[in-house]
Design a protein around this ligand. Structure first.
Ligand SMILES: Nc1nc2c([nH]c(=O)n2[C@H]2C[C@H](O)[C@@H](COP(=O)(O)OP(=O)(O)OP(=O)(O)O)O2)c(=O)[nH]1
Ligand SMILES: [Mg+2]
Length: 315
């Protein structure tokens, strides 16, 4: 049998001012026919992914890309071909899109994407399209729930829309009260709150999902919640990332990228190793450890979804 060459494809998650993303329906007779897709196509000889993205979006939609940044790279083996989907986020463009090949197109809110049928490779792309580029971790270094509530309000007022509640020092009745409060508050504010807690415990609380510690992740044989809720995980190496991919987590945090005062003995990965690890799994990954929102562009350039942080988001 001949070895299957990897087909390099550039695709765009195009956003409009309403926060909707553009999807198109593939023709019936082509590979992955009739399914919805993020517009794009194969790289031509000598082209970079970015050049191919611009050319394809012009050919397929009559759009001119003005601003784009890398979102996620996904490798997938279909029975008849292996693809590398190089997915970009298009923030600014000129023109109003039309299906130049007669393909139906639609603008949909990111949270509506799960209602459409995409090719199998698209699962992590849909997750990446739904996620922001910053992930704030609410940690109880003080053990004071009033301080935690104030920090939660501050994060939300700054436009943070993805938050992890990690309050290990509060005792049980207080943690439960805080979790209940935070879940309801975040739901009302349209903020995705993930609880760093046991998934069984979380099922009684109106929270958007769970965040697994690396230890909990490694002890699981399957995804602990169904697809209606988010599952995130903390990872530090390739074995943990692979396990996260195996059980189907939606997003991961990879740490520590830089030295951090909270983990003075942990050896930082550095950006180069971070990028090498990210490239080996199909999961949206946030960089964590000694970083702040100022590092987002740098993180994206190294394959990250964005940056996660504790103190960096409260300053
Ligand atoms: N554009 C795009 N392709 C996808 C997605 N998901 C997915 O698995 N693919 C696969 C299907 C195809 O095997 C390959 C893309 O090839 P394509 O046939 O669209 O490429 P193209 O636009 O250059 O097509 P053509 O000019 O050769 O007809 O990637 C997606 O979201 N967008
Ligand atoms: Mg195409």
């Amino acid at each position: 049998m001949s070895t299957c060459a990897e087909l390099h494809v550039a695709a765009g998650v195009i956003r409009n001012d309403l926060g909707q993303v553009l999807i198109a329906r593939r023709a019936v007779h082509v590979d992955q026919g009739n399914l919805w897709e993020f517009p794009g196509g194969k790289l031509e000889r000598g082209e970079t992914a970015r050049q191919a993205l611009c050319r394809e979006l012009h050919e397929e939609l009559n759009l001119k890309v003005l601003e784009a940044s890398p979102l996620i790279r996904v490798r997938h083996a279909y029975p008849e071909r292996h693809v590398l989907l190089d997915v970009w986020q298009v923030h600014r463009f000129e023109g109003s899109p039309i299906g130049m090949q007669g393909q139906p197109i639609r603008w949909v809110l990111p949270d509506e994407l799960s209602r459409f049928s995409f090719p199998a490779a698209n699962r992590p792309i849909v997750a990446a399209a739904r996620l922001p580029d910053r992930y704030a971790i609410l940690d109880d270094d003080t053990g004071d729930d009033a301080v935690l509530r104030e920090r939660l309000h501050r994060l939300v007022s700054r436009g943070i829309s993805l938050i992890q509640l990690r309050a290990r020092r509060l005792g049980m009745p207080r943690y439960e009260a805080l979790a209940q409060y935070a879940a309801e508050y975040c739901r009302a504010q349209r903020v995705t709150l993930l609880m760093n807690a046991d998934s069984d415990w979380v099922s009684g609380i109106p929270v958007a999902g769970v965040h697994l510690t690396a230890q909990r992740l490694m002890s699981l044989r399957e995804r602990p919640l169904d697809e209606a809720r988010w599952v995130a995980a903390s990872c530090h190496n390739l074995a943990e990332l692979r396990q996260a991919e195996r059980i189907g987590v939606d997003l991961a945090v990879l740490a520590p990228v830089q030295p951090t005062p909270t983990h003075p003995h942990a050896v930082p990965l550095g950006w180069q190793t971070f990028a090498e690890l990210v490239d080996q799994v199909n999961i949206p990954i946030f960089a964590l450890g000694g970083l702040s929102p100022d590092d987002i562009d740098h993180a994206k350039a190294h394959g990250a979804q964005g940056v996660a942080g504790i103190r960096g988001f409260l300053r």
